[in-house]
Design a protein around this ligand. Structure first.
Ligand SMILES: [Mg+2]
Length: 222
């Protein structure tokens, strides 16, 4: 279905956390090797929500040279008091470039607490409820809220989501594929996944990402 070997100009864009790596951890070597293999067939771009330093830690120090495109911090505010959650650890709001990152549990929690919160939040829906309340409270501010990672969500001016990067590659490619794990409404991959300019793919792990890419871009090319 994808004419990777034709003259069609194809690029695959990848989210990082949950798509190429276990959240916040480094991507494993087979994944990194696969991405370089994939570059023999199509162009490969990274569209991470965090800053360049974090992405470089996850994908290797040479990440900026090893991919055709690397977009960092694609991606502004609220409250973390009176929340009925089991653990609170401080640093509830972190100012990043162009946005605010808000964590109900607090970014100072341990990795184990982080993992536990993610599981807890799947049923408790704390982040979804906070986003819904803020959307209502700040509806006239032109803000977009999006849930990413394990313990937080972001608030930023509408349009500063991952679709922001598309303007830089729009004219250079016929097909722009996007792979992400948080493609649901309110997830930080949702806008770019839904964009009419991309062909969106939902993945549930790095292994799933590799399998889908292999099928789409490599198997169909031989
Ligand atoms: Mg993700």
């Amino acid at each position: 279905m994808v004419m990777a070997t034709s003259t069609k100009r194809v690029i695959a864009l990848f989210d990082v956390d949950g798509t190429l790596s276990v959240p916040r951890r480094g991507a494993d070597q087979p994944t990194l090797d696969f991405l370089q293999e994939l570059r023999k067939f199509i162009k490969v771009g990274i569209v991470g929500g965090s800053d360049l330093k974090k992405i470089s830690e996850q994908l290797g120090a040479a990440a900026t040279q090893e991919y055709d495109y690397l977009f960092a911090e694609n991606g502004l505010v609220a409250y973390a008091e009176d929340l009925d959650i089991p653990i609170k650890r401080g640093t509830f709001i972190e100012f990043r470039n162009g946005m605010l990152n808000i964590s109900p549990i607090g970014r100072n929690c341990s990795q184990q607490e982080r993992d536990e919160f993610e599981i807890f939040d799947r049923t408790a829906g704390i982040r979804k409820a906070m986003v819904a309340a803020m959307q209502e409270r700040f509806k006239d501010f032109g803000l977009t809220f999006s849930i990413g990672g394990q313990i937080s969500f972001d608030a930023f001016p509408t349009g500063w989501d991952k679709t922001y990067c598309l303007q830089f590659i729009d004219k250079d490619f016929d097909d722009i594929h996007f792979f992400g794990d948080k493609t649901f409404v309110g997830g930080n991959d949702h806008e770019i996944f839904e964009s009419p300019r991309t062909i969106g793919h939902t993945v549930n792990s790095p292994i799933d990402t590799l399998q889908q890419c292999k099928q789409l871009f490599i198997d169909s090319a031989v």
